[in-house]
Design a protein around this ligand. Structure first.
Ligand code: AHR
Length: 532
């Protein structure tokens, strides 16, 4: 296709793709090789007759992840009840409110790698009596265990989200994990008594239980065969007390490790409700991962390509799952995803504190689109991580908090939570990027709920606005919209400039008789909702 050739020429001559594309487009218009603009608008066609009303975009796709790592928990979520920072029983008020506004559906805790060195009994009882431990995975920081089981479950109650526990398989025991579940969910018996002594009378509800984390790596360096058997054993003793029903999750693969999924599914599928997958938008695991804020246009387009590669990766893992679970009973849970850059200069390399630009927002939008497209199999996703670590929602410093561009993507996508996905055909140009990947310049997702349709659109181009047409069956009514964009793709919010990249109302979508039309600015994300 023409766009491929343009990409090739751009690469060959090191020329900006979109500038060259617009020039070639102009020449082709003049010599009559292509028709003028309206017919060339990028088009998003909603395939209403292909909607499967039984498929739901699980709100859990908008899940969060909080690990004992750097200042995610301490300083980010929890400052303790005696802190001068405004708090509710120890939880920062500003972060609590920000997370409530996002309608966070689920929070994964306490790790990550930390989970397989976490012993829950160290985190109960009076905080002053709790033992300390070295956080071996994350900078050797001394952990005082002042944030433990009660603090986590109370946080979930305050936010109104489901707790998702990641159990210790790597360095724990079957008994330890079984008793943790009992401590949390049993109404009577020795563990319930201990919980009551620690101030919580009523059991909590616990649905999501992860049996290990990255068991192929920091979670124990298991082979898939061995892990599958260990998984079967551990989950046997994690009981359903009273009316609590566990949703048991096996520790899954990273990225392209299809063998792990195959072996664990083959040997343990009848004992699980979900299996996880981790996929980071990262340049590689050895050496520099690149700066979060200082990057070239070429780096940016590469990032989009690497991010979008999560789609074929999910499809391949899902196809393996189909072999053992044709009815799609088992969920694929992408319980760690997001960008991973070098830490901010001058910060502890083990604390993974990184800035978050408009580029990260694009990664968030594109990834969420992919999860929604695969809503029949992807039942949860947890961005890494909620505060001050990797691609976070919020950054905190002392009593200050900043909402990141990624936060705003989660905000503008809330209409999709719990909605029915609408299959789309997207007609747009594509571009070849570094590592021989191709990216479509217009990305989209759509859903319907309660009589309204939500469409989210992303124009990946750094410099070219895009005319977009959405054919509709009749005239769309009551269009409402919001837009996230930035003057420059490396713009970010910081403590001195907290609202440089922020969500704004978008009134550029106009309804005609049988189509909605709009111009998407370069590097922008738009969500519109409307009735038909
Ligand atoms: O999110 C940071 C780390 O990435 C997690 O602890 C681990 O599971 C993954 O490797």
């Amino acid at each position: 296709p023409i766009s491929d050739n343009i990409s090739y020429l751009c690469e060959k001559h090191n020329t900006n793709h979109n500038l060259m594309k617009s020039s070639i487009h102009a020449i082709m218009l003049t010599i009559g090789l292509i028709a003028p603009t309206a017919a060339n608008a990028d088009t998003v066609t909603m395939r209403m007759s292909d909607i499967n009303p039984k498929t739901v975009i699980m709100p859990e796709i908008y899940g969060q992840f909080a690990e004992h790592l750097g200042s995610c928990i301490y300083g980010g979520l929890w400052v303790g009840p005696d802190s001068p920072i405004p708090n509710t029983s120890g939880y920062r008020n500003d972060v609590l409110q920000a997370l409530r506004d996002l309608k966070v559906p689920v929070m994964r805790w306490p790790g990550g790698c930390f989970a397989d060195e976490y012993h829950w009994r160290d985190g109960i009882g009076p905080a002053k009596d709790r033992p300390t431990q070295v956080n071996n995975n994350w900078g050797g920081t001394v952990e005082d265990n002042s944030f433990g089981t009660h603090e986590f479950f109370n946080l979930c109650e305050l936010i109104g989200c489901e707790p998702y526990l990641s159990g210790n398989v790597g360095s724990g025991s079957v008994e330890e994990l079984a008793q943790w579940v009992e401590y949390i969910t049993a109404a009577e018996g020795p563990m319930a008594r201990l919980r009551k002594e620690n101030g919580r009378e009523k059991p909590w509800k616990l649905k999501y239980l992860g049996v290990g984390n990255e068991s192929w790596g920091c979670g124990g360096n298991f082979t898939p065969d061995y892990y599958a058997n260990v998984y079967r054993r551990y989950q046997t003793y994690c009981r359903n007390f009273s009316d609590n029903r566990l949703y048991k999750i096996a520790s899954g693969a990273s990225d392209y490790d299809y063998d792990w999924t195959d072996v664990v599914m083959k040997n343990a599928h009848s004992h699980m409700d979900g299996i996880s997958l981790h996929y980071y938008t990262v340049a590689g695991w050895n050496g520099s991962k690149g700066s979060a804020t200082d990057f070239t246009p070429e780096d940016y387009y590469w990032t989009m390509g690497k991010c979008l590669e999560i789609e074929p990766v999910i499809e391949k893992h899902a196809a393996i799952m189909d072999k053992y679970d044709a009815k799609k009973r088992i969920g694929l849970l992408v319980d760690e995803w997001g960008t991973w850059w070098d830490v901010e200069p001058g910060t502890n390399p083990g604390h993974l504190y990184q800035q978050n630009t408009m580029r990260d927002a694009m990664v968030a939008a594109l990834s969420l689109n992919v999860f929604q497209r695969h809503a029949d199999r992807v039942k949860m996703a947890n961005i890494a991580q909620v505060a001050n670590v990797l691609q976070s929602m919020v950054l905190t410093r002392g009593d200050k908090m900043v909402l990141t561009p990624t936060y705003y993507v989660f905000k503008m996508y809330t209409p999709h939570q719990g909605a029915t996905p609408i299959p789309l055909d997207v007609a747009t140009s594509s571009m070849r990027v570094r590592d021989n990947r191709h990216i479509d310049m217009l990305q989209a997702t759509a859903s319907q709920k309660d009589g309204r349709i939500a469409v989210s659109l992303t124009n990946l181009s750094l410099d070219t606005p895009m005319e977009v047409k959405i054919p509709t069956d009749g005239k769309a009514r009551d269009i409402q919209g919001s837009i996230l964009s930035a003057a420059s793709i490396d713009d970010y919010n910081d403590f001195g400039q907290p609202e440089k990249v922020t969500l704004r109302p978008f009134d550029g979508a106009k309804s005609g008789k049988n189509a909605i039309k709009m111009t998407l600015p370069a590097k922008s994300i738009v969500t519109i909702t409307f009735a038909l």
